[in-house]
Design a protein around this ligand. Structure first.
Ligand SMILES: Nc1ncnc2c1ncn2[C@@H]1O[C@H](COP(=O)(O)OP(=O)(O)OP(=O)(O)O)[C@@H](O)[C@H]1O
Ligand SMILES: Nc1nc2c(ncn2[C@@H]2O[C@H](COP(=O)(O)O)[C@@H](O)[C@H]2O)c(=O)[nH]1
Length: 206
């Protein structure tokens, strides 16, 4: 049986450190592919088209939806975000583990379409640290920060639907811990495959 990559969703409150964690995983380990989302959000200072996101007009984004180019999409604090399908399919087929850094509504849609998806939720050690990180990043105005914190309150209601909660306190520890969880998922998947193959073989003798 062909071994394919695992689809991994990383969600978490705005400012929890998802992007920082993903960059750490990508730079330290080689078997991850990061799915670059499409968004109608304006780029932050330093963000480049095709690196952090594919920045789209609303019309372009709607065309992507109409042409079935997205695995999932959602609205988040006034903007659209979505996962382009083609890249994810090709990377999974080539055996890479594909990381989607997406919010909770999209995460649940992905899980519905691909039940083997590993759902990880990243949290800071506490809410004070969350606010400090979000404010300290200096990329959003006061009103947007308030909207994102209110959104975090809603998102907290859905955490139980995730497979693992990952506390991002010490960044290095968080990167290694997340990698170990993903490797554990690989071992579990191959044990299941071996078992299924063994049972199929045994059934042939009846
Ligand atoms: N473990 C950590 N310790 C200290 N600071 C951190 C840690 N992880 C992330 N940060 C900092 O917190 C801020 C928010 O991190 P990041 O941008 O990765 O969050 P995010 O979850 O991707 O947020 P968003 O969803 O809004 O894009 C950044 O300034 C980052 O450098
Ligand atoms: N459902 C999706 N959510 C996504 C996608 N790409 C990013 N996101 C999430 O949006 C918020 C805001 O991101 P930001 O870059 O503006 O801070 C955050 O929770 C991201 O994880 C996507 O393709 N689909």
């Amino acid at each position: 049986m062909d071994r394919k990559g695992i689809l991994i969703v990383i969600s978490g409150f705005s400012g929890a450190g998802k992007g920082t964690l993903v960059k750490g995983l990508m730079s330290r380990y080689t078997n991850y592919a990061f799915s670059i989302s499409a968004t109608t959000r304006k780029p932050r200072a330093g963000e480049e088209n095709g690196v952090e996101y594919f920045f789209k007009t609303r019309e372009e984004f709607m065309n992507m939806i109409d042409n079935n180019k997205l695995i999932e999409y959602a609205q988040y604090v006034g903007n659209f975000y979505g996962t382009p399908k083609e890249y994810v399919d090709s990377q999974l087929d080539s055996g890479k583990d594909v990381i989607l850094e997406i919010e909770i509504q999209g995460a649940l849609k992905v899980k519905e379409k691909f039940p083997d998806t590993l759902l990880l939720f990243v949290t800071p050690p506490n809410a004070t640290v969350l606010k400090q990180r979000l404010v300290g990043r200096g990329t959003e105005d006061f009103e947007t920060i308030q909207c994102r914190l209110r959104r975090a309150t809603q998102e907290a209601e859905g955490i139980e639907q995730y497979d693992y909660l990952i506390v991002n306190d010490d960044l290095d520890e968080c990167i290694v811990h997340t990698h170990n969880i993903i490797q554990g998922e690989h071992s579990r998947a191959s044990r299941n495959i071996s078992k299924i193959e063994q049972i199929r073989e045994e059934l042939k003798s009846f």
